[in-house]
Ligand binder design. Sequence first.
Ligand SMILES: [Zn+2]
Ligand SMILES: [Zn+2]
Length: 423
Amino acid sequence: MEKEILFSHLEEHREEIFAWGKLFFQTAELGFQEYSTAAQITALLDQWQIPYEKNIAMTGIRATLGREGYHIAFVSDMDALPRQSGIGNVHSCGHSIQTVLALSLLKVLKETKLAEETGCRISFFFTPAEEFIDFAFRDKLIAQGKLRYRSGKQNMIAQGCFDDVDCVLSAHANGEQDTLFDIQSTLTGFLAKKAVFLGKSAHSGAAPHLGRNALHGAILCQNAFAFLKEHFPPEAGLRLHPVLTEQSGTVNIIPDRVVLETYLRANDTDTLMKAAAEADNCVRHCAAALGLECEIETAPGYLPLRQSSALNAIVRENILLHCKKEDLLENVVSGASGDIGDLSFLLPTIQMGFSGIEGQFHHDAFAIRDQENCYLRTAKVLLGVCFDLMTEPKLRLYPEKFSEKKAQWQKIMAQTPISSPIE
Ligand SMILES: [Zn+2]
Ligand SMILES: [Zn+2]
């Protein structure tokens, strides 16, 4: 079989694919509530007689072609964002395009039986809740035991959905206007820290010496956080912006409780973990220096996206079958984050970027401008990558130390409130 056969099958479905594009763009649902999106996906899978598992992490779906052998995962997000107007939702991150790409690949690979004929497997993961929002709703689901974490992929990882996967392919829209694709871009990782400084209230004029001012601890700690940035090189991308979110006391009462919160962001997981530990030290020691107590809570966010350069070399070749070198951007450093970062921590992963949208991301005016690039050209690149991985065993990437990394990931995710009384 030649790669071109895949492309001609795709071309036969051109109008159908554009119709799905409109349908899924209009079906904009928030994370863990993508019920109509999921129903539309499973209706097509039923029609094509493709086996699948549904209701994974609420609304997620996994559909597999092939029975054994090298196992590729194609991951596509399902969720949308609330409109700024407050009424309804909108696919302003372009996740509906990913759903359509997955369906297009599924349709072509089913028709051509590529996975079966090469003795490979490809699983399509339709993943809920990529946008890190709506915490009250998600935390309620966690409290009810329906979820463990706030994001779709994190729950699917925890449930073992990716345990037998060899590599991960994904694609996300980018905001570029002058190029068609990007590869090897980064996404930043982040986590949230909440530091509670606990002192003793007293009359601020008559007897401040009888109190212990919690605000002083928070101010000292803000300075320590600022100095901490010097411990990391610029390329580590460490960002830390603490804000005071709660404070007791009045002008004549020494505050006994002050809460300082910050996101920590970094371009790599080692920096993120090292900075998190150093930030804890700042809190503990600043509190101790002033005779205060403190409590630290850490909430996991997403890990940085570290793409597999070997996999991206294959993506690059396939992109250049469809466009010129000038149409391809490489090594873009992005301040955005995604739960694809968590997968990239565990498995060889890529997320190629494709252009063809207009308006800004996460804005109501987001629209799909270039259907040809978003759907067809991107699908051809991805089909080409699948073809290469399935037909040329020497190109295949395999996970390294998966169980060790998964244990490490679970540890990162399990960061629970640490109470740190000072002796
Ligand atoms: Zn987004
Ligand atoms: Zn997105």
